[in-house]
Ligand binder design. Structure first.
Ligand SMILES: [Zn+2]
Length: 233
């Protein structure tokens, strides 16, 4: 019989069968548990997120397998029998690394992205439309901006060569793939004819530090990582 298992370093993160049948739940569970450990051990960013979630033991995050390909979603799903829990259904193919290959879609990156959403929901942090978005960037919501940004910092610290551009499957390129360009420039200075955006990313990042300082202050990553809001040397 399939059993729910808690992640040993953050027992309120649970990998459970959920309600959707998949062929090999045990394999899914094993993979997710080892990916959680990988996220935690990779760098301060991964460790920060897992630790923050683990510190609020009454706020459960339950990862379940989804047989539908291409699906990973931390919508605010609360199952009464699970108490105050956020469910994250994740495609089995994503966890196996058999899904999309664009930046941000590796198994650990998908899980981290969804954990950030779950953290936001549990802590009542703004998830609605992002205002002041630089032209040509598509985030859909402020929560997506935060999840993409923070996962990019994790990916950069991990040495992944390409970063995710926004809530699409595009890649950050050119000047915007560096800290300074990302913070203050347009998506494409050539296209717009002037280099500075009226709505730069630094404004969105400032919003994030106001809303979730405890989240941001856990992002003390190495000097080599992309976009470090705060650096400790
Ligand atoms: Zn998302």
């Amino acid at each position: 019989m399939s059993q729910s298992v808690s992640f040993i370093y953050a027992p309120n993160i649970i990998v459970a069968p959920g309600t959707k049948y998949v062929d090999d739940f045990e394999d899914f569970q094993k993979r997710v548990l080892s990916l959680l450990a990988e996220i935690m051990k990779a760098n301060w960013t991964g460790l920060g997120i897992i630790n923050l979630i683990g510190q609020t033991s009454n706020k459960k995050v339950i990862i379940t397998p989804d047989p539908i390909n291409g699906n990973a979603c931390a919508e605010d799903r609360r199952n009464p029998s699970w108490g105050n829990a956020i469910e994250i259904p994740i495609s089995v193919e994503y966890v196996k690394g058999a899904g999309k290959k664009s930046p941000g879609f590796m198994p650990d990156e998908i899980i981290l992205h969804e954990l950030i959403h779950a953290y936001f929901m549990h802590h009542g942090i703004k998830q609605d439309m992002a205002l002041f978005v630089p032209p040509n960037f598509y985030y859909h919501t402020f929560g997506e901006f935060a999840a993409v940004l923070l996962t990019n910092i994790y990916m950069s610290a991990k040495g992944r060569p390409a970063l995710r551009r926004d809530h699409t499957e595009a890649q950050l390129t050119g000047m915007c793939s560096h800290d300074e360009g990302f913070l203050i420039l347009h998506a494409d200075p050539n296209q717009f004819g002037y280099p500075y955006s009226q709505f730069p990313h630094e404004r969105l990042i400032w919003n994030l530090t106001e809303q979730a300082p405890e989240l941001i202050f856990n992002y003390f990553v190495t000097k080599t990582a992309f976009l470090i809001p705060f650096v400790i040397i």
